[in-house]
Write a protein that binds this ligand. Structure first.
Ligand code: RFL
Ligand code: PHB
Length: 396
């Protein structure tokens, strides 16, 4: 089979939310791109993941013409509650303390919006791409070799955006001597289910001696629930009736009695990890989203970080092409990493506060309890948490 050769300004590796949003924003600025995605379109659009958008993410999505479905089908909420066994409930009241609300809008819906808008614009999105290799990253003419549906494909470009998630090839294309990885792996994961039953009326993080649980929502009759499970657990060990029995035990009354059980339509386990790779740039390769960093989902920050990375990178590329100014490209990594470390810290803190750690001592348990009591009592502590939970502002 003959090889194919294409040229574009920005080759984007990965067709998840980061890659698709970047390709959309670039096209609004008159910059062309080709997206290379390893999996099928159905697989990418079927993944159930995040559910909460920060005000800043929602504002950026509106600015780039992606607000209509989000504002129509998503719903605003002013904070997430913490239900701590045998203690008063606490609302992370972002509206009250920092004047910002969140929007509950599933990543699945956002991904569908992104594919719809890019397809309508005639974007080049290649799925089923294999053997992706990046080359000449430190020259002005980098490129990507891959195999697209069995046929060799080479892309010549000006820049490569590595939006291929934690398991992708982009980050690994940065030499070890340049790259520094920071990592913490937690000894548990989240078992998540989706069920066609009415959800509770708010998002609730439950802290219980049996482990963490989360009540979330995807619509008026679609519930999303999670429970902490030990690492290595499989979904096969969690038939529906066992899941619901365990879930209600972790919520205090009256929440536990309000939970409606029903057949699950999706069930998956996500391991929890904190990970940051520095720098987020190597020559003409720029990393965006989960390819450079992973946060545990306590805090709902992962998708929001992917969106802020795209904001910074799209602006930097716009200035490069439109103003011949590389200032933003040169500070991309540093700027994006400041926000990444902020989200890494708050996600780690909430995970530490709300989960049961198998190796934790009684001393540590008392410390976390005291931390919660302090949160209940102190306006300053509440504001500190709300400022970060709502999402730090984008830098000018
Ligand atoms: P993705 O979504 O992983 O997309 C990367 C894409 O790259 C493709 N790919 C490749 N393509 C070509 N060549 C290769 N060699 C490739 N290798 C991989 C993959 O197939 C994929 O399509 O990364 P991206 O775009 O950076 O987006 C990140 C978000 O998906 C992620 O941060 C969030 O889902 C995290 N997250 C949450 N974030 C929030 O902001 N709010 C939340 O409420 C929230 N809840 C969650 C979450 C993540 C969870 N899991 C499953 C880890 C809840 C859960 C349970
Ligand atoms: C979700 O809606 O899936 C969700 C909400 C809050 C989190 C994580 C996930 O912290």
């Amino acid at each position: 089979m003959t090889a194919e050769r294409r040229r574009t300004q920005v080759a984007i590796i990965g067709g998840g939310p980061a890659g698709m949003l970047l390709s959309h924003v670039l096209s609004l600025n008159g910059i062309d791109s080709i997206v290379l995605e390893r999996r099928s379109r159905e697989h990418v659009q079927g993944r159930i993941r995040a559910g909460v958008l920060e005000t800043g993410s929602a504002r950026f999505l509106r600015d780039v013409g992606l607000g209509a479905n989000m504002d129509h089908h998503g719903h605003r909420h002013d904070g997430v509650s913490i239900a701590w066994q045998d203690k008063p409930e606490f609302l992370i009241d972002t509206k009250r303390h920092v004047g910002l609300s969140m929007i509950a809008y599933g990543q699945t819906a956002l991904t569908a919006d992104l594919y719809a808008v890019r397809e309508a614009a005639g974007a080049e999105i290649r799925d089923h791409v294999a053997d992706v290799r990046l080359h000449d990253l430190t020259t002005h003419r980098p490129g990507v070799d891959c195999v697209h549906r069995g046929r060799p494909l080479t892309i010549d470009c000006d820049f490569i955006a590595g939006c291929d998630g934690f398991h992708g090839v982009s980050r690994r294309s940065i030499p070890d001597r340049v790259r520094q990885d920071y990592e913490r792996v937690y000894p548990f994961g989240w078992l998540g289910v989706l069920a066609e039953v009415p959800p509770l009326d708010r998002f609730i993080y439950a802290r219980h001696e049996r482990g963490f649980a989360l009540a979330a929502q995807r619509g008026p009759s679609l519930s999303r629930y999670y429970i902490q499970v030990p690492s290595g657990t499989t979904t096969g060990e969690w038939p529906d009736d066992r899941f619901w029995r365990e879930l209600v035990r972790r919520f205090p009354d009256p929440m536990s009695t309000a939970i409606e059980a029903g057949p699950t339509i999706e069930k998956s386990i996500a391991p929890l990890r904190s990970f940051v790779s520095e720098p987020m740039r190597y020559g003409r390769l720029f990393l965006c989203g989960d390819s450079a960093h992973i946060v545990p989902p306590t805090g709902a920050k992962g998708l929001n970080l992917a969106i802020s990375d795209v904001f910074y990178l799209a602006r930097a590329l716009d200035w490069h092409y439109r103003k011949q100014d590389d200032g933003y490209l040169d500070c991309y990594s540093e700027t994006a990493l400041r926000r990444v470390w902020g989200a890494t810290r708050i996600s780690w803190w909430l995970t530490w506060l709300l989960h049961r750690f198998p190796d934790r001592s009684a001393f540590d348990d008392r410390l976390s309890e005291n931390e919660y009591d302090h949160l209940l009592a102190s306006e300053h502590a509440q504001r500190w948490l709300c400022e970060q939970y709502a999402g730090l502002p984008y830098e000018a």
